[in-house]
Design a protein around this ligand. Sequence first.
Ligand code: XMP
Length: 193
Amino acid sequence: MDESSLISHEAYGPDIAGVLIPRHRIASRLDELAGRITETYPEGELTILAALTGSLIFLSDLIRRLPLRLRVDVVRVSSYPHQATASRESRVLIAPAGDLPGRHVLIIDDILDTGKTLELIRGLVLAAGAASARTCVLMSKRRDDLPARVAADFVGFDIEDQFVVGYGLDYGDLYRNLPDICLLRELAGGNGR
Ligand code: XMP
């Protein structure tokens, strides 16, 4: 049986069509990702730079699995204004506050779509003089129409090109609090692009 069907999405309201990735799969994948990230930084020091707001829950669950001397900073980039479901040009709204020169930086985001957001943040981090700038996303959308898209260094789940909510991801600022990654009823099977 598909594990997703064991979790009922009924309580999430009529707009949610179903669960795509249930919480227990997220948790076990985070264990694996955290192990790989820890091995990648044998010097034991890391600065996590999280892209707000969608990565908040991913960030909090991931960093508690990383036995490193860890600093956490945030950056806010706009890419999906209000209720848009297709990525727009990204702009920096809140720049990192911390000290990046000479640091090993791991940029965390919820989902890789066109890749513009991560490219923008990676450019900022390298321009600030970081020792290294890797990227980590919870999900990467399949975009066969963008063959030159830059891949993330660490990816939790590869998914189809569909709009997802929950576990930090929103639609019109709603649904971030759902513990599972879900599909919206009106967009299930497509992304509105
Ligand atoms: P780009 O195109 O720059 O977009 O890689 C990445 C950002 O777009 C948002 N995004 C989504 N947000 N459900 C969401 O809630 C989605 O399916 C989705 N796809 C992209 C997200 O903010 C991400 O940081």
